[in-house]
Design a protein around this ligand. Structure first.
Ligand SMILES: Nc1ncnc2c1ncn2[C@@H]1O[C@H](COP(=O)(O)OP(=O)(O)O)[C@@H](O)[C@H]1O
Ligand SMILES: [Mg+2]
Length: 306
């Protein structure tokens, strides 16, 4: 449905996106995961047709994306990272303006405004000014403003930044429900938990480059080990645990010894070894590697610190 072919975007001497190629599948919930400055918003605005690439192409259903084509514009909904609403107008008035931009009018517009206010749980507040809304309410209104014209593809650029946990969950459920009904979603975030929870496929982006792409399971196979044992220092005592290297690669941090298990290692044999070394089971945690580990593996830095 949407494809990027070797898309590059520069701001002066800075390359914000570097030869990014990507094909979206209809109906998927695609995540774009990367730290601040990675190029997520740049990619989103290129896909929304708000910016043009310096080289490469963005194709929507096989056609180059140009905003002058109302038929192409109508297929897309874009939720920008920065809330784009008229603060001094009511929720309803805002939706009326956005609806008209997409060519809706009359009874159809009225009906869609009602449906979108309901979906955003803002029917009771429809006549209140947006500046009186909480961050979460503004976010929800910002999302439905992009859905009035019933696009088949929704682009959401970090829609939960500055949102309280309860509203965040409401946004997740809302987007997941729309996705189940067939909406294709592209969702950018710098929270690996969000990508893990929501997305059927994830692209990892840093410094304008798409570093890895796949389902969560596919991505994690990039890591040398599938499972990690973490042994707290209080349990392990000081120093290395003799013979642990025979089960995988060992790293010792300030508060733990971490063993990345070699393929086909039997956990029972590791636990037997630890028991012999006098390490209590309570000091051992088994962890599956996550996207944070993958990001560290790909870039040498933590997603959180980036
Ligand atoms: N309009 C702009 N002019 C110059 N540099 C920009 C502009 N927009 C973004 N950048 C730079 O491009 C890089 C990517 O930014 P952005 O796409 O906003 O990343 P993200 O959304 O992942 O935080 C950053 O280094 C940012 O400072
Ligand atoms: Mg951004």
């Amino acid at each position: 449905m949407l494809s990027l072919e070797s898309v590059t975007k520069r701001y002066g001497s800075l390359t914000a996106l570097s030869a990014v190629s990507l094909t979206l599948r209809r109906g998927e919930f695609f995540g774009l995961l990367g730290p601040n400055g990675a190029g997520k918003s740049t990619l989103m605005s290129l896909v929304a047709g708000l910016k043009q690439p310096d080289s490469g192409r963005v194709l929507l259903e096989g056609e180059p994306l140009v905003l002058s084509r109302l038929d192409l514009r109508q297929k897309l909904g874009f939720v920008p990272q920065t809330i784009a609403l008229y603060e001094d107008l009511s929720a309803e008035e805002n939706l009326r303006i956005f609806g008209r931009l997409y060519g809706l009018s009359g009874a159809r517009l009225k009906e869609r405004i009602q449906q979108c206010l309901t979906a955003a749980q803002l029917v009771d507040r429809r006549r209140d000014l947006v500046k009186r809304f909480s961050g979460g309410m503004q976010r929800r209104l910002n999302i439905v403003a992009a859905l009035l014209h019933e696009p088949s593809l929704l682009l959401c650029d970090e829609p939960t930044v500055g949102v309280d946990p309860q509203s965040r969950n409401a946004i997740f459920e809302f987007l997941q429900q729309l996705n189940r009904q067939g909406l294709t979603v592209v969702y950018s975030t710098h929270y690996m938990e969000e990508a893990t929870k929501l997305c059927s496929r994830i692209g990892i982006i840093d410094h304008g480059k798409l570093l890895a792409l796949g389902t969560l399971d596919e991505l994690l196979t990039h890591l040398p080990s599938t499972e990690t044992l973490r042994i707290t220092s209080s349990g392990a005592g000081s120093g290395r645990i003799a013979g642990l290297e025979s089960f995988g690669s060992v790293s010792v941090t300030a508060d733990a010894t971490v063993l990345a298990l070699a393929p086909a290692t039997r956990l029972s044999s590791v636990f037997a070894h630890l028991e012999e070394a006098g390490i209590p089971a309570s000091a051992v945690q088994l962890a599956r590697p996550d996207l944070e580990d993958l990001f560290l593996h790909l870039t040498g830095k933590s997603l959180r610190d980036a």
